[in-house]
Write a protein that binds this ligand. Structure first.
Ligand code: NAD
Length: 354
């Protein structure tokens, strides 16, 4: 159904955006334009072969820059926008929230305004087909106790500057649909993991440190629970929502894979011991507990039954299969992450000594 369409993917050099691009280029025959500002989190190396693909174009573009966006809308005449451009790392939002307010709120506002301006110039047919899909997180819902799940009607209750900025952007998207009738779609997804994940995030961070035989610092008591989804399953869900989602609706995306952070790190240790044995003994010995992150949400868990029921989506990977694939990928793709480590900021940020 996407064949022949032109799709803007903002943030396409990031972790999830690159997975969406790889998925679209492989499966859709759509023309895909990657709009990315190329922040520290971007990596065009996550799109192997893309530049040779005639259906792919890259534009270095900030979503806060209205004139630049206007030019691109006029030039490419897209049929859809998938907005994945964001500042995404919670710890960074605590240290410096300004960029998060700028990109996640002002950027989403600017993109909505330019999409609306463009959408109003379209023929009735093309207007009806156009979609603005905003990609968001389950962190907007706040923290759960031992029981229950986030559904599409759970009230927003964000606790970090990151989740507050994402919550704001979700509200803007909703309002642009209700007020201006822009055909929007909104998705809120649980924690993603998989290949090409930037090294500061929990899973790649632990894999790389585990490989180097360094301490594995776990926040608090390690009992915080996250619901993990393999990134390629997220990409298929986003494509399905784009093709078949009902305009103005929200869909929760999650893999029913709740695990404590400690369980995740222990699983990585065990997989590394199997796949890349160390002579120094089992890697679980490297785990240490460090002062908790302020405002650290205790538990997230997604009820994805609306997406499963209405659009027939189900994830391919469970946590065990997905984490094994991921650990294998990092072991085999050392050049990809080694190049990132060589950028000084990344080495400093990770505190790696080897
Ligand atoms: P990421 O940090 O890996 O990538 C973000 C990309 O956006 C980068 O390529 C960066 O250069 C680009 N970008 C940042 N600011 C920009 C700007 N002003 N203009 C244009 N491009 C800009 O993030 P990710 O993990 O791929 O997340 C993508 C989206 O999915 C985010 O909106 C995030 O909130 C959401 N999300 C992430 C997760 C997760 O577990 N990673 C889960 C649910 C939802």
């Amino acid at each position: 159904r996407l064949k022949g369409l032109t799709i803007f993917v903002t943030g396409g050099a990031g972790f999830i955006g690159s997975a969406v691009l790889r998925h679209l280029l492989r499966n859709s025959h759509a023309r895909v334009v990657n709009l990315d500002k190329l922040t520290y989190a971007a990596n065009l190396g996550s799109l192997p072969g893309a530049t040779e693909n005639l259906n792919y174009a890259f534009e270095e573009q900030c979503i806060c820059d209205a004139p630049g966006l206007r030019r691109l809308f006029e030039h490419y005449q897209p049929d859809a926008v998938l907005n994945l451009a964001a500042e995404s790392h919670v710890d960074r939002s605590i240290d410096g929230p300004g960029e998060f307010i700028q990109t996640n709120i002002v950027g989403t506002f600017t993109l909505l305004q330019e999409a609306l301006r463009y959408w109003r110039t379209l023929s009735p047919d093309k207007r009806a087909r156009f979609r603005f899909q905003h990609i968001s997180t389950d962190e907007v819902f706040g923290s759960l106790g031992e029981e229950g799940f986030f559904t599409e009607t759970t009230p927003y209750s964000p606790n970090s500057p990151y989740s507050a900025s994402k919550a704001s952007s979700d509200h803007l998207v909703r309002a642009w649909h209700e007020t201006y009738e822009l055909p929007t779609l909104l998705t809120n997804c649980s924690n993603n993991y998989g290949p090409y994940h930037f090294l500061e995030k929990l899973i790649p961070h632990m894999i790389i440190k585990g490989l180097a035989g360094e301490q594995l610092p776990v926040y608090g008591d390690g009992k915080n629970v996250r619901d993990w989804l393999y990134v390629e399953d997220h990409a298929t869900a986003l494509t399905l929502v784009l093709e078949h989602g009902a305009v103005g609706e929200t869909y929760n995306i999650g893999g029913r894979n709740e695990r404590t952070n400690l369980h995740v790190v222990e699983t990585i240790c065990d997989l590394l011991d199997d796949l890349a044995p160390s002579t120094d003994g089992p890697r679980r010995r490297l785990i240490s507990f460090v002062t908790d992150r302020p405002g650290h949400d205790r538990r997230y868990a997604i009820d994805a039954s609306k997406l499963e029921r209405d659009l027939g989506w189900s994830p391919v990977e469970n946590f065990e299969s997905g984490i094994e694939k991921t650990v294998r990928w990092y072991i085999e793709q050392k050049p990809w992450w080694q190049a990132l480590l060589e950028r000084r900021y990344a080495a400093n940020r990770l505190g790696l000594t080897k």
